[in-house]
Design a binder for this molecule. Sequence first.
Ligand SMILES: [Zn+2]
Length: 511
Amino acid sequence: MRTIQSLGRVLGHVLAFSALTACGSEPSDGGSSDSSATTTGTDTTGPTTQGAASSTTSPANTSSSGAVATATNTGSTDAGSGGGGSTGGGTTTRGELPALGCNTELAVSSGTTPQVVSDRVIEYTLDGEPARDHYRVAILMFDGQTTPPEDASGWSHTEYTPEMVGEAFFNDPNGVAAYMAEASYGKVSLEGTVVGWFDIGAYTAPVDEIVLDYETYAAMALDDIDFADYDITYIVAVTDTDELLQIGWGLGNSVQGVYPMGIDYMINSWFWNEAGTRAHSSTALPSTSWAHELSHTLGLTGHAIGLDCGDQIVSTECILAPYANPFSIMGAYIYGTHQDVRGKLAMNFVDAAQLQEVTASGSYGVCPLETTDAEVKGLSITLPQTLTLTESEAVYDRLIIEYRTPIGFDRYLERLSSDFVTEFFPAGPLDHDGISLMLGYANESDSTVLMDVHPDTEFTSSGIKVSGDGGKYADARLRLGETVTLEVLGLEVTYEGRTTDGGVMVRVTYL
Ligand SMILES: [Zn+2]
């Protein structure tokens, strides 16, 4: 992976074609600060050897996969042995805990109606009412490939048309508009226009030059659209180079110097025809990166990182594994695609009260991350003392907890309980039920760092983006009835049980 950081407002990762997705987040003010500073653990190879164990997981029920889901005994007091300091939690039985007010509804995009305006302009007009945050999107497509393409190794303008992009983006049930409607609980709607292809000749220069020279490319569309009518522009290009560059800039940028605009760059981005299938990266259309970058544009600057501590859960010697969280679109998104709850707060999809501050021991309820209720979607547990990682010097002051269910764009969680997972996690299938424990940054970065509370299980090297993502973190979450003692953090956490309305109760104990 080569990283470009010296290009003014550009911060991105340019990957060789063999890597699936790359992205850099952009500060919305056009400044060049490295907002990914918290994600630059970079070295993700191999677990490191740590000192003495500082964390233990004490399963209430040690049987594998399905047995957990069907167990009636959950994490009551003394749920396991050897964990030390197990919490009192009262008796909790799955399905018998009082309702929290969660619902089971998912927000759905109203869709758009296309209208061909000219031979290269298609407008997509929203069918329903605009949502709270309504954005008009201009997708500009630039063909820099020779015809026929000399390298047909994976992307080509011949593989997708402006019509296909428009349908995928605005109308497909696996598309960006559908994704953002669901992830925002109906707070975001998208409509807009696709313009293209513009023929830019055989483009062989480094792909980041398209980003640096974006005004030139935007100007090509001045005869076709009025930028004053749009909030976000996608600069889409295919070139004759083998580089992939995908970046999301915030809404505070502009085109033509006067039009405020978020800008997303999809240079040699892929088009996943198989979205919705079992293919590894088939979670969204046109590809998952289109929604990932739009999340940056809508205010989420960080990523879903993994904490790699070898065979431990957490210590000061852990390293950061960029993009490794397989449960978030801001990470490896193989099992889930909703942004995590901290990211949703950054985009104002949830309000501050829905990421409940916890500063005292007790039992706390959390509703599923995906559903439209306005209840608590996550816990932000203040650490008794901050944790500083030796290598990255990253400082964490909170533990964030969320709960996902296999519905909507998070239906891919079902992969955990199918043979799909065994490619990465030989001991699988796993139960898909669990709560995620993520470190949160003291500097208010909206990145999160997923902890693997079952760090000593075997996984294969056939990860998704970073070797091990799909395997090591497949069993990262705390299962029903388990207690994890995190001495380094001064906390103990128990997944106590599920509520009658699909939520969970989590017991937090300050040690
Ligand atoms: Zn990103």
